[in-house]
Design a protein around this ligand. Sequence first.
Ligand code: A5P
Length: 223
Amino acid sequence: MNAKKAAAEKAVEYIKDGMVIGLGTGSTAYWAIMRIGELIKDGLKISAITSSAASEALAIECNIPLAPIGSFDKLDIAIDGADEVDEQLNLIKGGGGALLREKIIASNSRQFFVIIDESKLKTRLGEFPLPVEIMPFGSWLTVKHIQDLGCKPVIRRKDGKDFITDNNNRITDCSFSRIDDAVALNMQLHEIPGVVETGLFAKQMVSRLFVGRGDGTVRVMQP
Ligand code: A5P
């Protein structure tokens, strides 16, 4: 059994008729979107808000009714993957480059469900380079200030060009090796002009963590 699929399908079990659901991005969120599509075929009535152009395209393929982000005060549940999760349920996200919209959706949801396979669970964050979304204007200067915080930042490239986010920004992937205080680092990064958002999801944003294992079982953790 695919561990990502198992985690995603367990999280989707909490979705009920009438809810507004935030759809994440990536190879784990893919399984949640596919499962929601199946349930819609069987009569589930929800609407959804997507965190990226890729998730929007998949949701449309699955006939999931979409709504604009401004049409609700709060979403009921946001479901999304993560690149790393520590023991306090702090996250690194943004491996797929959708961190800004993902954070807006997660912060405006009553419940934020994170779905991962067990390889993403770590004692502390930092092995995975932290994605930081930055403005294209002055990006090299922004990167220099980020580097001063003690990391090795690399502007993300794709197909021989700078990677461009859905918001027309750039991503810099920052190797910190270890992140001891995710809340403090997130604040320090936000103080740098040119930083739009960071992939650090700290301050107990997570309501439930679903950890899929290779045998198809899922461990559900709460803060
Ligand atoms: C997308 O920008 C990311 O935040 C993803 O949620 C994260 O990278 C996890 O992706 P996978 O589920 O593909 O590992």
